[in-house]
Design a protein around this ligand. Structure first.
Ligand SMILES: Nc1ncnc2c1ncn2[C@@H]1O[C@H](COP(=O)(O)OP(=O)(O)OP(=O)(O)O)[C@@H](O)[C@H]1O
Ligand SMILES: [Mg+2]
Length: 240
């Protein structure tokens, strides 16, 4: 179960949902000199890493030529599961962001962070102006940044500050309090701490057609017990 557009993402605050929509719709300049990161924070399983995989595709789509937009089926890949954000273009060649890098902070010790940051720095310097097809930006997903200590985060903040404008960083965390204040200042903050039951109800009706024999009240009770964790929601629906 993966969302295929922003309206299926469980943003906690409607104003933030609208803001992200305006960014990927090209109404707000992003990345800019002041903000080149998204900080996606909130509970386990609320959809942070998923959104961090989808946003690069939406940004590339927005910045593409009209023909590029029309002639391709724009997708994002989360753990090798491809999801289209342009279902109307189904059957056309699949297109993914050309420069998408995932750094899983949880699987590296903080000591390794410096060499990882040096690697990001090298990639962030390469000028993308000659790259065609969905490659206008370098996208760096820095997953679970709270796993890195203060020195590594400070170094990352320095890198973000000096990285050329075509680099975008997507930072996820369960603990916003453990993130460097300077990184927070450079980020558009998006809270993912769950939505109302009705939102999840619509999603499960779409993804699990076999649940029609259950009443909305029964489904809402189950959804409630999942505490806004999509993994639990999916597991519970599969059990029905
Ligand atoms: N908007 C959504 N609609 C339906 N399913 C979703 C949605 N977002 C995420 N999921 C499902 O929930 C699972 C968990 O999402 P994700 O890995 O993004 O959570 P997370 O917030 O990063 O969790 P953690 O804090 O544990 O890293 C995904 O594998 C996906 O199957
Ligand atoms: Mg995650």
């Amino acid at each position: 179960m993966l969302p295929s557009n922003l309206s299926e993402v469980a943003f906690t605050n409607t104003s933030e949902a609208t803001y992200v929509q305006r960014i990927v719709g090209g109404e707000v300049r992003f990345p800019s000199h002041s903000k080149s990161c998204f900080l996606l924070y909130g509970k386990y399983g609320s959809g942070k890493t998923t959104l961090a995989h989808m946003l690069p595709t939406l940004l590339e789509h927005q910045n593409a030529e009209t023909s590029e937009r029309q002639d391709n089926d724009w997708q994002y890949n989360y753990r090798s599961d491809a999801t289209s954000v342009t279902p109307a273009n189904s059957g056309k060649p699949a297109l993914l962001p050309a420069n998408f890098n995932i750094i899983d902070c949880g699987s590296h010790h903080s000591n390794a962070a410096i060499s990882i940051i040096q690697d990001i720095e090298k990639k962030s310097r390469s000028d993308l102006s000659m790259v065609l097809r969905a490659g206008r930006f370098n996208h760096f997903l820095i997953d679970e940044l709270d796993c890195w200590g203060e020195p590594a985060q400070a170094k990352l903040k320095g890198l973000i500050t000096s990285a050329p404008i075509w680099n975008v960083f997507y930072i996820t965390t369960n603990s916003k309090g453990k993130i460097d204040e300077g990184i927070i200042s450079r980020s558009i903050k998006i809270e993912l701490n769950g939505r109302d039951q009705k939102f999840y109800l619509e999603a499960v009706k779409k993804h699990f057609p076999h649940i029609t024999s259950y009443s909305e009240k029964q489904l809402c009770e189950i959804i409630n017990a999942c505490d806004c964790d999509w993994r639990q929601v999916e597991d519970m629906m599969n059990r029905l």
